[in-house]
Design a protein around this ligand. Structure first.
Ligand SMILES: Cc1ncc(COP(=O)(O)O)c(C=O)c1O
Length: 390
């Protein structure tokens, strides 16, 4: 999607609202609930239960909005599990899978969670005594890689994520080992548009372990997919319907990024402009540490006002002392001034949750853009937050 397509009148307050203090992280409730309504259709047609994977954006107000639409939350740690339970109360289920569950945390984790998918056979055996009053499952690694960057690929060589499918096949008749296992979890994609990849993964699982699936009560598809295209969601529908029909399984789908990424904006202001070796540098009151994946994965985030043909070019730079604290080179139709606002788009997922205060630069304040188009500050950070987290 181009930046021009993303522009919407509802977003005008991001430019014009004087009360909005930058840097600001703004999430748009309407864009979140639009996606959830698309998933509601899948839920209604196929019975597939929708969970939100809170690791993508776990701000409590966002979770409260999402809780109204989903069947539960998916989590990956004790704190996420506790927060998920606090928000969803008895109105939904909490599902956890993680390579990092220690037996010391498990009794409390099991208190908050309804479903636990164990990442390895050894984790399962160690944790089993604490988990038997919950629905227990195994995370399976189908060994099908769809992601080019190994850092995002759950099926990379020697993956730490899930029981390899070949190993599952070997133990599928071992009733001692599988005693207490009622479900399987398969998360093997990232930022994917093509639900045929999910279909392929499920078909491989069926091909290799149909008899085991027949003994299960539930199957969790994981997340890793965008929710942009109703035609793609038809594929999800079809897979869920067919599994339910064939095996009478309860199906879960637990996207994170697909629900919140497009709904998050970082609003920054220009605080300095100067020439450096023939390039105009515009320094912003934010930093890549507010959008850490920009630095981690070295990509150029979308800026709403960017214009490919614009005659004013700038290198947008972050405010920290790190020379590589740069967002990239951008063209604009209008010349930037001190205090011009820059709006980064599609930064709702995996940014705020990883943001840090490196250099003592304050975190962005958090605002909600309500369904009516009104903007409201939800949280701001101060010196004490910096002091107390070190
Ligand atoms: C087990 C599991 N489920 C769901 C998700 C959510 O994935 P995404 O945000 O890409 O939809 C992840 C992300 O890492 C995950 O590890």
């Amino acid at each position: 999607m181009t930046s021009a397509q993303q522009f919407d009148d509802r977003l005008l307050p991001l430019w014009t609202d004087d009360k909005l203090v930058t840097p600001a992280f703004v999430y748009d409730e309407l864009q979140i609930t639009d996606r959830l309504e698309l998933l509601d259709i899948v839920h209604e047609q196929s019975g597939c239960r929708v969970l939100y994977s809170i690791k993508a954006l776990s701000f409590a107000s966002v979770l409260k909005t999402i809780a109204e639409y989903v069947d539960g939350f998916s989590v990956s740690s004790l704190f996420e599990a506790r927060l998920a339970r606090e928000i969803i109360k008895d109105n939904g289920t909490v599902h956890l899978t993680s390579p990092g569950i220690g037996t010391s945390d498990l009794p409390e984790i099991a208190e908050y969670c309804d479903y636990l998918s164990f990442n390895s056979l050894s984790q399962w055996q160690r944790c089993k005594p604490y988990a038997m009053h919950r629905q227990c499952g195994l995370r399976i690694n189908p060994g099908l890689s769809y992601v080019k960057d190994e850092r995002y690929d759950p099926c990379r060589p020697w993956s730490k994520l899930g029981v390899p499918l070949a190993q599952l096949q070997d133990i599928r008749t071992d009733s001692d080992l599988l005693d207490g296992i009622s479900g399987l979890h398969i998360h093997n994609n990232c930022a994917a548009d093509d639900y045929h990849q999910l279909e392929k993964s499920i078909n491989l699982l069926i091909d290799q372990c149909s008899d085991l699936i027949a003994r299960m009560r539930w199957l969790n598809f994981g997340g890793g997919y965008y929710i942009n295209d109703p035609f793609q969601l038809d594929i999800l529908n079809k897979i869920a319907c067919s599994l339910k029909q064939q095996y009478d399984l309860e199906i879960f789908f637990e996207p994170g990024r697909g629900i919140v990424n497009h709904a998050g904006y970082l609003v920054a202001s220009v605080i300095d402009i100067f020439d450096s070796g023939g390039k105009t540098v515009a320094v912003l009151d934010t930093t890549v540490n507010h959008l850490p994946e920009v630095f981690e994965y070295q990509f150029k985030p979308a800026v709403l006002q960017e214009s490919a043909t614009g005659k004013y070019s700038y290198c947008l730079a972050g405010a920290s002392c790190l020379s590589g604290d740069l967002f990239g080179d951008y063209n604009f139709d209008k010349e930037l001034q001190i205090n011009s606002r820059i709006i980064f788009a599609n930064v709702g997922a995996y940014m705020l949750v990883k943001a840090n205060m490196f250099n003592g630069i304050n975190l962005p304040a958090i605002y909600a853009l309500g369904r009516s188009g009104k903007i409201k500050q939800e949280l701001n950070f101060e010196y004490k937050h910096y002091r107390d987290r070190l």
